[in-house]
Design a protein around this ligand. Sequence first.
Ligand SMILES: Nc1ncnc2c1ncn2[C@@H]1O[C@H](COP(=O)(O)OP(=O)(O)OP(=O)(O)O)[C@@H](O)[C@H]1O
Length: 254
Amino acid sequence: MTTYIEVEHATKSFRMQYHKSLKQIALARARGMKTHDRFAAVDDVSFTVEGGESIGVMGLNGSGKSTLLKLISGVMVPDSGTVLTRGRIAGLIATGAGFQPQLSGRDNLWLNAAILGMSEAETRRKLDDIVEFADLGKFLDTPVTYYSSGMRARLGFAVAIHVDSDIFIADEALAVGDRPFKRKCKAKMRELRESGTTIFFVSHAAGAVREMCDRVLVLEKGRLTYDGDVEGGIKHLHYDEGDDGDDDELEGGD
Ligand SMILES: Nc1ncnc2c1ncn2[C@@H]1O[C@H](COP(=O)(O)OP(=O)(O)OP(=O)(O)O)[C@@H](O)[C@H]1O
């Protein structure tokens, strides 16, 4: 087995500003109050991932999942510790990240493909498949600024999933897609998994994680509190208790 991701004691902190205006800051300082704080969104996290593993990243809102994926994809660098990856990484972290709102969907498709490392020839070869997958109809030639969040996710995901990557990252983007689109994404991600691509999948949906993943990482307030099999991870989060039936991410009737 080859190690594809090695995260060692990675920490990423952000500054939390309590006041907006200079006046408020000056007043707070005069009163001896704190004007800002730092907190670790990812706190001393370590794990390794072998090629072909499919990892579900779970945790409550704000627990650091997206930040961790940004460290893995290289969008952010850790303040301390190391994050090493092997091969090409593709995926969608924030819906429509990297889109130029004034450009059409088609132009953004080319731009996004280039950002993800696809050559012009590769993009040309895959263009029809990407367009078909996004299924935006005439909106493909409309500026992205008029797109709904679901439409942005469709375009971004369509490009990302067609990159020949070693590591594929899927964050919340899938949560905004409609049911037929999620079904299509699920099938495509299954194909990637079968072809040996390492997958990182952020989800709050226990059912989807059960279906797509063979290992779960749980983050709590930035710390990795669980790393193991899927059932154990879901139990750790108590996500199965008091289920309100809203667990259909990527699932449904196919
Ligand atoms: N660029 C940033 N600047 C300041 N704080 C940030 C930044 N990015 C994230 N945070 C903060 O870091 C914490 C972790 O955020 P993150 O988006 O990683 O959580 P998450 O687990 O993905 O949450 P969710 O499930 O809601 O998507 C949050 O408190 C968030 O407000």
